[in-house]
Design a protein around this ligand. Sequence first.
Ligand code: ATP
Ligand code: MG
Length: 236
Amino acid sequence: MQKKEELYSGKAKSVFATDNDDFVVLSFRDDTSAFDGEKVELLSRKGMVNNKFNAFIMNYLAENGIPTHFEELLNDTESLVKNMQMMPVECVVRNVASGSLVRRLGVEDGMTLSPPIFELFLKNDALHDPMINEYHIETFGWAKAADITEMKALTFKVNSLLQKLFAEAGMILVDYKLEFGLFKGKVYLGDEFSPDGCRLWDAETRKKLDKDRFRQGLGGVIEAYEEVAHRIGVQL
Ligand SMILES: Nc1ncnc2c1ncn2[C@@H]1O[C@H](COP(=O)(O)OP(=O)(O)OP(=O)(O)O)[C@@H](O)[C@H]1O
Ligand SMILES: [Mg+2]
């Protein structure tokens, strides 16, 4: 496999073409951003940690029946993935109230959500990723009704699998965001799963072990990511 030209550069990763149209290289950078790109910093080792963390999670999900775009780890900061047509939608599950849910609805930070809450957001930084529902997605053609149903079912299946994985390692999976895409007409989990796109708290102390450390200027961001990786058995 030959890595070719850069196709796209997002806030945290870059996508490169390969000599095979079916596959692209996802390159995880150290760039760390929050608040729709308003706060940006370089955090040393982040690209490596997230690349390996993501590979571990994607493999675990695939072993448990989730179709993912992940093919193989190429090196410390790059992975080979299926070249998908991404759906511009973020699927979020919340097991515990935090972040924008608390700000929006005035509910208590840290309250357990039973049943968990499912939310959809449009990926659009200029519009600050507004919350949408199934009707917006179908009417504006961002995804087909059947694909929305599939994304939602997969997002909940991921919840059972990852809640268990993190609970066994002494952590609470508070919430997370997934992105899906189409490859040869079928829905696959895409993008990444890492502490950049979820909230993880220590089960005992409720210490934050995710990107909230960066958002809130708590320090020890990458050290926390490395601790999570270590606890679930990711080889860094
Ligand atoms: N398998 C895939 N095939 C093609 N593109 C992918 C795949 N997985 C992820 N992507 C896209 O690669 C980009 C990843 O970069 P990054 O996460 O840095 O972007 P972002 O800044 O969050 O999002 P964007 O720039 O799209 O608003 C995203 O646009 C994501 O949708
Ligand atoms: Mg992203």
